[in-house]
Design a protein around this ligand. Sequence first.
Ligand code: 5RP
Length: 230
Amino acid sequence: MKSTAGSDAAKQRAGEAAAEEVTDGMVVGLGTGSTTAYAIKALGERVDSGLDVAGVPTSFGARQLAIDQGIDLVGLDEVDRIDLAIDGADQFVVETGDCIKGGGAAHTREKIVAAAADDFAVVVDETKLADELEYPVALEVIPAAQPGVETAVETAGGTPRLRQAANKDGPVVTDNGNLVIDCAFGPITDPKTVALELVEIPGVVEHGLFVGRTTTAYVGTEDGLNVHRY
Ligand code: 5RP
């Protein structure tokens, strides 16, 4: 589930600014989505000019784009650590740096990459900003566990909704072969507690709450860019 409200110019400013942080020899996590795509394209241009980097893609889409841009890739299981991961978000709170991800159904690999990275840069346009997280939280769920997960989410006070595919009959199937259940909780005053609750549900592979991970946020606006460091 995705918001498409932000302007391309604002997304581009954010994505390109994050790509500028990459230096020679880095292992870079390549996030998923339309804002990160600007970072990957900018990185590709710098690779053309001689920058030496290895990218770790977070999805089939990110992998394909990076290949198109001529960026050398390395598997997540082939690196000990990542220097910098760049990724988008569906909702972002400037005060805390916490965000909700998973609009592209890639949040499991995105979180593994973010966790392995020394620095995690979030790139968003200003339409993604909120005072409090309240965007539906995406859960990647093992298919057989769908009914049980939905019941557990309802017990936790959420409203679950199986994500449907846009250009295929039936539900979205992730790069890992799982389903996505979007869970509306209303305003999430304590993201850490909700995150821990979701992790406990059997059959949930990963949830889209990213708490305490951001080290830098690049927020593109209509006429500029705001950078926040954590
Ligand atoms: C994919 C994500 C994306 O980063 C998120 O949906 C933002 O995408 P976009 O930049 O296209 O708005 O979490 O799982």
